[in-house]
Structure formats: structure tokens, C-alpha cells
Design a protein around this ligand. Structure first.
Ligand SMILES: NC(=O)c1ccc[n+]([C@@H]2O[C@H](COP(=O)([O-])OP(=O)(O)OC[C@H]3O[C@@H](n4cnc5c(N)ncnc54)[C@H](OP(=O)(O)O)[C@@H]3O)[C@@H](O)[C@H]2O)c1
Length: 306
């Protein structure tokens, strides 16, 4: 790679992949936001950020994260500084790209950059996480605002759909050799298969809907559970047991998203983003590709019925 190319990549917040990681799988998380990185804030920006930090701390795999921040390199530096890990080169394996899930061109551009960083002939996506979510908590039909409901469906449902459209191709196929990943994550049941996780919520369960309310958010997250099943059916044919899709409910997590409701939740049921990240990775790691695929799981590893 020429120096000019190297410089332009550094400018966009993307470090070169070191040779010893060149065949390792990429992990895609989202999102990362620079102002969220202050670890002293109890409500740091989101579960996506906490999962990125958790994966950097607990794995050696390359990670591709995305942000709506216009300055991805600042987001990346801030995230790495927040880890406080002197002497460990996290910058070499964390790649931060700009992406807004309501802008398909930005998703396509991030996917094309991912293919340059991790050529599909030698790499595969081992864990894909589609995390974005917004909430307009309408209590009655009269409170539903058309523009707000449309935005909710765009971000929460079409967003993950577009992410799997542009990143699903990076998942392994039936013939992909998974032995290298299995060697690095031997203790996990998911070592031999890749997972694409779509973030849903318990309120997306129609079976569980006894209280009503939250019209647009419920519908958007019910849609996510449906998307996970539909995409998993596709993966059964395309990837066999090498890749599965699932939806996920993280519990009630102390982020900006839930701030309005912190007071209504018992302290022990209001999780930190760090706890939620650990649980998410644990639940993914414990899934059996044959029996658990295409369903929605909660932070305890129990199924959320559609
Ligand atoms: N917190 C909970 O109690 C809870 C419970 C159940 C389910 N969930 C789900 O968990 C997921 C993460 O929630 P959270 O608690 O981490 O919320 P959060 O702190 O509010 O984070 C939401 C994230 O969604 C991103 N986002 C919003 N619009 C976007 C867009 N157009 N393109 C790309 N990203 C966009 C935001 O990115 P920016 O930083 O750029 O704004 C933000 O990082 C959501 O899907 C939510 O529905 C959360």
C-alpha cells in the first residue's frame, strides 16, 4: 500500500490491518459516538459502544464499528483512550467508518470499505450486530406523530434490514473454513458458526403484549424479530450451519434511550451498558446453531416469543 493511501486511511480513522490478523474474521458493531466515551458517565452512549469496548478488551479479533459522528477518527481515538490500555495496540484492529442507517449510500460505502479491509476470499464476518434504535413512547393512538413513527420504522426496522443487505454477504458460506476462529474462541459454542444479531426488545413480542402503548416502537421491534427469522431462513440455504441470525432483548439498560424511565425500574433491574454488553456476548456465545437460530433471545438466554 502506498504512503498516500495509508495517510488517507488514517485520516478517515481506519488503521491498516496488521499481518497477523489478516486472515481473522471481522466483527461489525455499531454504533460508536465520540461524546459517549466518558466512562464516568453512568449513561454512556449506548450498548453498541459498550459492546465495542467489551470486544476490544476480551478478544484479539479485528473490529469494524460505525458512527454517525462526522469525524470517525476522533470517535476512534476517544474510544481507544477510554480503554486506558497503555502499550496495547487497539488502534491497529479497530476500524471506525461513517454510517447512518437511514442513508443507504452510507451503508453501501461502509460495506465497500469493509470488503477492501477484509477481502471476502480470505475473511468472513463472525459477529454482526445491528444495534440502532429510537423510541417515541406514544401512550394512545392520538399521540402518534406521523413523522416520528416513520423515523422509528426507518431507524429501527429498515436500518437493520439495510445492514443485513450490505453486510450479510460477509457471513461465511457452507464451504468456509472456520478452524482459525474456532482456535481463538475455543470455549464458545459459537466458535464454529457466525452470528448476525438484530437488536429487538421484549415489547416487540406480540405474545407478550398485555399493556399496549408504544405503537411505533412495538411495531418496529416486532418487525425486527420477523426480519431475524426471514434472514435466518436465507442463511440456512446459503450458509448451512456456518451462520445464523437471531434477534435480541438486552433487558432495561441505563442509557440515554431509557433515561425517561430510569425512575420506574428497580435498581437491580436497570443494567449498566457494560453489564448488558457482557450478557449479550455471553448469550451469543451460548447459542446452538441447530436449535436456537432464527429466534429472539433475552439477556438471560431465554426465548422472547414472537
Ligand atoms: N436501553 C434499553 O433499555 C433498551 C431496551 C430494549 C432494547 N433496546 C435497544 O437496544 C438498542 C441500543 O439502545 P441503547 O440503549 O444503546 O440506546 P442509545 O444509547 O440511545 O443508543 C442508540 C443508538 O442508536 C443510534 N442511532 C440512532 N439513529 C441512528 C441512525 N439513523 N443511524 C445509525 N445509528 C443511529 C444512535 O447513534 P448516535 O450515537 O449517532 O445518535 C445511538 O448510538 C436499540 O435498538 C434499542 O431499541 C434498548
Amino acid at each position: 500500500m502506498s504512503n498516500a493511501t495509508t495517510e488517507s486511511r488514517r485520516a478517515e480513522g481506519v488503521a491498516d490491518c496488521p499481518p497477523n490478523l489478516s486472515r481473522a474474521p471481522a466483527i461489525i458493531t455499531r454504533p460508536v459516538r465520540v461524546r459517549a466515551v466518558d466512562p464516568r458517565q453512568p449513561s454512556s452512549r449506548g450498548i453498541g459502544l459498550a459492546v465495542t469496548r467489551h470486544l476490544l478488551r476480551t478478544t484479539t479479533l479485528p473490529i469494524l464499528a460505525t458512527t454517525r459522528n462526522p469525524d470517525p477518527s476522533a470517535a476512534k481515538s476517544s474510544l481507544i483512550d477510554s480503554l486506558g490500555r497503555d502499550g496495547i495496540d487497539d488502534a491497529a484492529r479497530l476500524h471506525v467508518l461513517p454510517l447512518d442507517v437511514t442513508d443507504e449510500a452510507s451503508i453501501q460505502a461502509a460495506s465497500e470499505r469493509a470488503a477492501e479491509l477484509f477481502p471476502p476470499k480470505t475473511h468472513h464476518l463472525h459477529l454482526g450486530l445491528a444495534m440502532p434504535g429510537i423510541l417515541h413512547p406514544e401512550k394512545s393512538p392520538k399521540q402518534v406523530d406521523y413523522a416520528g413513527a416513520l423515523e422509528t420504522l426507518k431507524v429501527n426496522t429498515l436500518g437493520p434490514l439495510m445492514l443485513l443487505k450490505w453486510f450479510g454477504e460477509f457471513l461465511p458460506r457452507k464451504g468456509t473454513d472456520m478452524s482459525e476462529v474456532a482456535a481463538t474462541t475455543a470455549s464458545s459454542a459459537s466458535a464454529h458458526h457466525a452470528t448476525f444479531l438484530l437488536m429487538s426488545a421484549r415489547v416487540g413480542s406480540t405474545t407478550d403484549n398485555r399493556l399496549g402503548g408504544w405503537y411505533s416502537y412495538r411495531a418496529s421491534k416486532a418487525g425486527v424479530i420477523s426480519l431475524a427469522r426471514t434472514f435466518d431462513n436465507h442463511l440456512r440455504v446459503r450458509s448451512g450451519d456456518k451462520a445464523m441470525a437471531m434477534a435480541y432483548h438486552p433487558g432495561t439498560v441505563k442509557t440515554e434511550f431509557s433515561r425517561e424511565f430510569w425512575g420506574n425500574v428497580k435498581e437491580e433491574k436497570l443494567f449498566s451498558a457494560e453489564f448488558a454488553a457482557e450478557k449479550l456476548v455471553g448469550v451469543v456465545g451460548g447459542r446452538d446453531v441447530q436449535s436456537d437460530r432464527g429466534r429472539c433471545w433475552d439477556w438471560k438466554g431465554e426465548e422472547v416469543k414472537p
